[in-house]
Design a protein around this ligand. Structure first.
Ligand code: TYM
Length: 389
């Protein structure tokens, strides 16, 4: 018997499977029925065991909601990072964003967790803005547009509350000096046939994007490079970014660095039937810059596990496990296990209907957006403290 998170994701997978079968998970495309156990096998990562969660709990006090609810589910070398930490060796955190448009709630899932890790382990954070990646991938992007999105998305990052003393935002365009010599040393050890196999590049791919994996690898080693000591690195991100780390881990020892460790999260689904939250489906995606009433409308149009009529639902109950609204409570917007259990029971018993849940979630999301948007505005005044000098 799996955990509730696994059952939820299986049910979600079943709904998605009605439409498309093949699972595709790459840094640039996520589609089909996502089977997270299969991904662990396919990518060769390790499941987050109860034993490891217990070790984390020792250092962090209460287990973070995203761990408790199994939103983070897989890792590479997290046990080794903890061994090092327990032996007195601190690690640096590294995560990032490819600024291609506004930030959505899915993106901030790993950032919320990264902030928790920064606080709990008093860790430095390197946050990479791959403005160059998005410039290379989007034919219509100019350098100016990429830089403007980089700045705009950085406000969301700063609004998460990272410690300015311990956080450096790296814009690839603006801070290439910090990355270039590491990227060159990485690139020298990675062949075209490797990146072709891992990322699916073709003869028609532009040469910038073929080189780009070396740029995304570089921040793993920036702390080591700047301090002149070998410093372990831990990367919290969704599992779509894992292909980069497979390549990076292969070559790290050749450059004299530790292999970077990872902790992977699942994808926050969109508000539609199946699929991850994705900016390409804006009506099922809540952006951090959405006016609260726009987000509310999206929630009212969300796919739920309800019945076609109120009468049927009162009589037969709904199915919370396929319901996007239930997901949002479970993963982000309801911390109390007791309330979650009540919602589940009331839904199945037909005691509450979808409108009730949508109303409660909309209020929570609107409150979050109002607060986040205020912090985003304040971030403009302190942004300089975060950008890498
Ligand atoms: P990007 O901008 O596609 O995504 C930013 C971060 O959000 C995660 N993510 C999600 N997490 C949960 N649910 C979702 N629906 C969802 N969609 C995206 C991604 O895994 C990522 O952590 N090339 C990268 C930028 C980057 C980076 C990094 C990311 C550079 N260095 C190091 C992570 C770690 C990109 O385009 O991410």
């Amino acid at each position: 018997m799996g955990t509730l998170s696994e059952e939820l994701m299986d049910e979600r997978g079943r709904v998605m499977a009605e439409e498309e079968e093949e699972m595709i998970v790459t840094p640039w495309e996520v589609s089909g029925k996502i089977d997270y156990n299969k991904l662990i096998q396919k990518f060769g990562t390790q499941p987050l065991t109860e034993e490891l969660l217990e070790r984390l709990r020792k250092h962090t006090g209460k287990l973070h909601l995203q761990l408790q609810r199994k939103l983070f589910f897989s890792h590479r070398d997290l046990d080794w990072i903890l061994d090092q930490y327990e032996g007195g060796q601190k690690f640096a955190l590294y995560t990032g964003r490819g600024p291609s448009g506004p930030v959505h709630l899915g993106h901030i899932v790993p950032w919320i967790f990264t902030k928790h890790l920064q606080d709990a382990f008093d860790a430095k954070l390197y946050f990479q803005m791959t403005d160059d990646e998005k410039f290379l991938l989007h034919p219509e992007f100019t350098v100016e547009k990429s830089l403007s999105l980089m700045y705009d998305n950085s406000l969301d990052v700063i609004a998460m509350g990272f410690d300015p003393e311990k956080t450096s935002i790296i814009s690839d365009f603006k801070n290439i000096k910090v990355l270039y010599d590491i990227a060159m040393r990485v690139a020298k050890h990675v062949t075209f046939s490797t990146v072709k196999a891992v990322f699916g590049f073709e003869s028609s791919s532009n040469i910038g994007i073929i080189f780009f994996p070396a740029i995304q690898a570089a921040p793993c080693f920036v702390e080591s490079d700047l301090t002149g000591k070998n410093v372990p690195c831990l990367i919290p991100a969704a599992i779509d970014q894992d292909p980069y780390w497979r390549v990076t881990r292969d070559i790290a020892p050749k450059l004299g660095y530790y292999k970077p460790a990872q902790i992977h999260c699942r994808f926050l689904p969109g508000l539609g039937k199946g699929g991850k939250m994705s900016a390409s489906l804006p009506e099922t995606c809540i952006f951090t810059t959405d006016p609260p009433d726009v987000a509310e409308k999206k929630i009212w149009n969300a796919f739920t596990g309800g019945k076609p009529t109120e009468r049927e639902q009162r009589g037969h109950g709904g199915d919370p496990f396929v319901c996007t609204i239930y997901y949002y409570f479970y993963y982000l917007f309801e911390e109390s296990d007791q309330k979650i259990a009540e919602l589940e029971r009331e839904c199945k018993a037909g005691e509450i209907i979808c409108g009730d849940c949508k109303r409660i979630l909309a209020e929570k999301v609107k409150k979050f957006l109002r607060e986040h948007q205020k912090k985003r505005e304040k971030a403009r005044d302190i942004a300089d403290q975060f950008f890498m000098k």
